[in-house]
Design a protein around this ligand. Structure first.
Ligand SMILES: *Cc1c(COP(=O)(O)O)cnc(C)c1O
Length: 389
């Protein structure tokens, strides 16, 4: 167990020795890279030229008026190239891979969003790309498999176990141990063994670096709260990062009521790190089901586990039904169709706005756009209509 990457009792690196060595080298390379202004400049330049940063902080005027409370602002990660925050991290890690001389990138994906972001970054930088995906998930997310293939990636079906995300992670780690000399493992959220949570936070912190400046420009003061949805916790930790030291800013992570890792989880080691997690009666990670595929993860990043235990951040739940109502409301009132994941944050912000003063503001991290979810919502509505008849 490494001493580094600990957030209180959480985080760390609970992995076999050979993998531990590979991750140790990665941690050192990352530390060097972030101290190198050339690396940081390139990261910022690619984000500007190819991702479209900085993205706006939009005042949701109609929604705020309807709620009659604090002003709701939306940090527009939905406007990034590929439609979500995941590309920030994919770009950061691919630049690190390039710097380390890797020729080949591998990644795991569950719903396919991280696979698409990784395949995109690999296409941009001419890297060979292999995405591991559970057999079961590949069937559910056939369109994302096709998207990754269009982007030039090889999608490896993982039949082991239940053919889900966890099995894809195991396959990717096995590949890394075997091929570490030319291969970089590009992990998709602020989870996993050290240095991944620290690294992913660093690359996603660009969100709050911008939003802090933007809210001060617009409001002349800090927001009362920052609200973000939390699956593995990468968009939330990025949205919180530059506000963590601002004690008067409330930090609120929103989990799906169907997968409440922080609200109901217990400390345990999963996927090589310690966090608050949902376990079944046998002590295994509990299968979860959220209408938002990106929030369907039984654990949560170690830093969120720590922020929860120390009380610096608050974590709340929103049901699928509430998220769906917010998905529709934001579409109607603001002309913005949010990702179902982000709709969880919007739903909570609407409740919160009513309890705050009109002079307060709330930043909601709109982690992604809802185009990917329109078909699913259409099908859910269609089924509901059939049942009513
Ligand atoms: C993947 C995803 C999430 C959840 O992942 P985090 O690591 O918790 O940010 C949230 N929103 C969108 C749009 C996603 O694609």
């Amino acid at each position: 167990m490494g001493e580094q990457g600990l957030f209180g009792e959480f985080g760390g690196s609970y992995v076999p020795e050979d993998l531990g060595k590979v991750l140790g080298v990665l941690a050192e390379e990352f530390e060097q890279a972030v101290k190198d202004p050339v690396f940081i400049d390139e990261f910022k330049q690619v984000l500007a030229d190819c991702v479209g940063r900085e993205n706006p902080l939009t005042f949701a005027k109609n929604l705020s008026e309807q709620q009659q409370g604090a002003k709701i602002y939306l940090k527009r990660e939905d406007l990034n190239h590929t439609g979500a925050h995941k590309i920030n991290n994919a770009i950061g890690q691919i630049l690190l891979a390039k710097r380390m001389g890797a020729k080949r990138v591998i990644a795991e994906t569950g719903a396919g969003q991280h696979g698409v972001a990784t395949a995109t970054a690999c296409a941009m930088f001419g890297m060979d790309c292999t995405i591991y995906m559970g057999k079961h998930d590949m069937k559910r997310q056939a369109l994302n498999v096709f998207r990754m293939e269009l982007l030039g990636a090889k999608v490896e079906s993982v039949a082991a176990g239940q053919g889900r995300l966890k099995d894809a992670v195991d396959a990717a780690l096995a590949d890394l141990v075997e091929n570490y000399q030319n291969t970089f493992y590009l992990l998709g959220s602020a989870v996993g063994p050290h240095p991944f949570p620290t690294m992913v936070k660093f690359f996603q912190s660009v969100i709050s670096e911008e939003s802090k400046r933007q809210i001060i420009d617009k409001e002349g003061k800090l927001p009362a709260a920052v609200v973000a949805c939390a699956g593995g916790g990468s968009n939330a930790i990025g949205a919180f990062a530059h506000f963590i030291d601002e004690e008067n800013v409330r930090l609120i992570g929103v989990e799906p009521a169907e997968a409440p890792s922080l609200t109901e989880g217990v400390p345990a080691v999963i996927h090589g790190f310690k966090c608050l997690t949902l376990l079944d009666d046998d002590g295994n990670p509990k299968p979860t089901f959220s209408i938002a595929a990106g929030l369907d993860y039984p654990g949560i990043g170690p830093e969120h586990s720590y922020l929860k235990e120390t009380g610096r951040a608050e974590y709340v739940t929103i049901t699928g039904e509430e998220a769906l109502a917010a998905f529709k409301l934001l579409s109607e009132t603001e002309g913005i169709i949010p990702a179902l994941e982000s709709a969880h944050a919007v739903a909570y912000a609407m409740k919160l706005a009513k309890d705050l003063r009109a002079s307060d503001s709330i930043i909601v991290n709109l982690s992604g756009r809802g185009d990917k979810d329109v078909q699913q919502v259409f099908e859910m509505e269609h089924e509901a209509n059939i049942q009513e008849v």
